[in-house]
Design a protein around this ligand. Structure first.
Ligand code: ATP
Ligand code: ATP
Ligand code: MG
Ligand code: MG
Ligand code: MG
Length: 259
């Protein structure tokens, strides 16, 4: 269609928004109506481990597909993908980057579903929305990720209490009423006194969410003439459930954002 009389519709009406240079790019995707989706597919409440593992597997494949994603953080039905500051992925065109992330993730979710739910058919198509935000420096990226992990904690703490109450026989309304106005300390007391549960013993994936990144791992490549192993450091995509709010994780993994 090049040079046809209609070509002006592209030339004069299509505009690419390019994301500002020297900014970190974050794409956050979130499942649409997953409250309903999780009910229809009988997800365990409050945390269906297989559903979370499926999200993590999709995120891992995202890092494999798009080398410019340096870090991903996920919880519930959402995942954030951090592109390196200097990325030239699709010349930083916003609509390309966003649409590729959302559509590739959605396809992966459908393709991998059977690996995690071999006995459940997909009863409706999963779909995700997405947004792009730029952050001007590493501090704001750290703060962005901390914000998501704090959110994970607040929601999971509440949901853990809520579902304990519901499973013990309260109605959802009564459970909501019981938790209204409670502080973190009250929730811990409720869990330990009524249900003999120490919140800190709940699985880390539920409490901390999941991080995906290329970690330095030592692998044995061969043995030398004396039978000693020769080791090499290589980067391997890793999923962990660590605290990313404090400085420890980032001090240990400086290369993730800096290389
Ligand atoms: P929206 O379309 O606005 O995002 P939503 O129904 O997806 O609406 P969210 O705020 O994104 O609402 O919340 C996601 C919902 O999906 C949670 O309420 C939770 O019930 C459910 N959910 C997601 N992942 C899991 C999981 N692994 N286990 C159990 N429930 C889950
Ligand atoms: P880009 O990623 O830039 O979009 P592309 O390879 O998808 O690259 P397009 O310009 O979108 O390139 O063209 C789509 C290509 O897909 C066509 O060249 C054609 O070869 C192939 N294709 C799409 N649909 C069909 C179809 N129904 N039958 C045969 N080939 C098809
Ligand atoms: Mg959602
Ligand atoms: Mg959500
Ligand atoms: Mg095409």
């Amino acid at each position: 269609m090049a040079n046809s009389e209609y070509e002006y519709v592209k030339r004069e009406f299509e505009f690419d928004r390019r994301l500002p240079a020297s900014n970190w790019i974050v794409v956050r995707i979130d499942g649409c109506h997953f409250h309903r989706f999780s009910k229809i597919h009988a997800f365990e409440k409050p945390n269906d481990e297989n559903a979370l593992r499926l999200m993590n597997a999709c995120a891992t494949s995202m890092l494999e597909k798009f080398p410019d994603i340096v870090f991903a953080y996920g919880v519930s039905d959402e995942y954030s993908f951090v592109f390196r500051e200097e990325t030239e992925f699709y010349q930083r065109r916003e609509s390309k980057i966003l649409s590729l992330c959302v559509s590739y993730f959605t396809s992966l979710y459908g393709m991998k579903w059977k690996d995690f739910f071999p006995n459940k058919d997909l009863r409706e198509p999963p779909y995700f929305d997405g947004r792009v935000v730029c952050y001007p420096n590493m501090k704001t990226i750290h703060d962005y990720l901390a914000w998501r992990q704090v959110d994970c904690h607040i929601n999971n703490h509440y949901n853990t209490c809520f579902w304990m109450l519901v499973k013990s026989g309260k109605t959802e309304k009564e459970a909501q009423q019981t938790l209204k106005g409670t502080f973190s300390k009250d929730k811990n007391e409720l869990l330990s006194q009524q249900f003999q549960v120490n919140y800190e013993d709940e699985p880390a994936m539920f409490r901390k969410g999941s991080s995906v990144y290329r970690d330095k791992v030592e692998t044995k490549v061969k043995t030398d003439d004396y039978g000693n192993p020769i080791k090499r450091i290589r980067l391997a995509i890793t999923v962990s459930n660590l605290d990313i709010i404090g400085p420890e994780f980032w001090e240990k993994h400086q290369y993730i954002l800096q290389e």
